[in-house]
Design a protein around this ligand. Structure first.
Ligand code: FE2
Length: 344
């Protein structure tokens, strides 16, 4: 664990109490971003929130031969950048609405923010979950937790692989830390934010959008997933797990006092949350992780050749030619149309 993380106990405690799962997903990421001398999320001259594209912790071609350098270049520089831009544009739109006192378009804007902000978070964790020195198996507490919950690393890997290969359309496989039951959960995320697990925090994310692999693996997602295991940075994943699980139980209680100078803060028993004592969350419900109902558009195929090829920058989620980044149904394409039962 880095110094930035190890001396951040108070910050972590406060963050855990005040931020949602998406913010927590970035724990451990901010330190690397600061070390790179970049602006960070939240740095905005006008006091409004904003988001920044983080630098990769390695070169674009560093993950070859498992992930092609051109894929990484487009994925990071075009696709991730588009999510960052989309989130910031949504924030600007919110501000414009507030100034005008008119919120007629707020439904679409809120959907766009959720989609693009989630895309930013998902990709930020994804980059840091990989390393040229990756592969192998986890160690320490994470390894023990995986063995306890899934039987063995091989069993965990088989379930995660199947989850990734069976994401319908574009989306993600993720390993979450679920704090209510102190459990690990493997989940699917469709698009960037569908089937999200509230308060569960992703510690390992695998992008299975076609833009993540099509240029190299064409339609063989399974081959991409198999190769991806060779670049998983288990040290990063393990640090995320330990950062979350080393917290005192009441760190995760939203009503707890955040002050470090309260000598009784850590001595009080955890709030009697009936949910916390329930049985572990069942992660194998077919509705959640198995085979989501196919929507009328099948979640779309934003990387269809007809859209200009899977790896073209213009296929990014915010392609201007699609009518602008904030329009539902544009950019990430048909996935936007699956963002809610009400459609758009
Ligand atoms: Fe992606």
């Amino acid at each position: 664990m880095s110094d930035d993380q190890s001396d951040s106990g108070v910050q972590r405690r406060s963050v855990m109490q005040t931020m949602g799962a998406a913010g927590l997903a970035l724990l451990g990421t901010a330190g690397a971003t600061a070390a790179a001398g970049q602006e960070q999320d939240g740095d905005a001259p006008n006091g409004q929130p904003s988001y920044q594209l983080p630098e990769l912790p390695y070169e674009y071609d560093a993950l070859e031969p498992h992930i092609d350098g051109r894929i990484m270049e487009l994925h990071h520089g075009e696709h991730h950048q588009a999510y960052v831009d989309g989130a910031n544009e949504a924030l600007e739109e919110f501000e414009s609405m507030r100034e005008a006192g008119e919120f007629d378009d707020i439904r679409a804007a809120k959907r766009d923010f959720s989609f693009n902000y989630s895309g930013h978070v998902n990709h930020t964790v994804f980059w840091e979950n990989m390393s040229p020195d990756g592969g192998g198996e986890p160690e320490g507490d994470l390894a023990s937790a995986i063995d306890e919950q899934f039987g063995s690393f091989e069993d965990f890997q088989a379930e995660f692989t199947a989850t990734a290969n069976n994401v319908e359309g574009d989306g993600w496989a993720m390993l979450f830390y679920e704090p209510l039951a102190d459990a690990l959960v493997i989940g699917q995320v469709e698009g960037q934010n569908e089937l999200a697990h509230q308060r569960a925090i992703p510690i390992l994310t695998l992008d299975v959008w076609e833009h993540a692999y099509y240029l190299q693996y064409e339609n063989d997602r399974g081959a991409y997933v198999d190769e991806w295991w060779n670049v998983v940075d288990w040290e990063d994943v393990g640090e995320r797990y330990e950062l979350l699980t080393d917290a005192e139980p009441d760190d995760l209680e939203p009503d707890d006092e955040p002050a470090e100078d309260d000598p009784d803060a850590d001595e009080e028993p955890p709030e009697d949350d009936p949910d916390a004592d329930d049985e572990p969350v069942e992660e194998d419900e077919p509705e959640a992780n198995g085979e989501p109902d196919p929507g009328p558009n099948g979640n779309g195929e934003p990387d269809e050749p007809g859209d200009g090829g899977p790896m073209e920058p213009g296929d990014g989620p915010m392609e201007p030619g699609d009518g602008g980044p904030m329009e539902p149904g544009d950019g990430p394409g048909a996935n936007n149309e699956s963002m809610g039962p009400g459609g758009n």
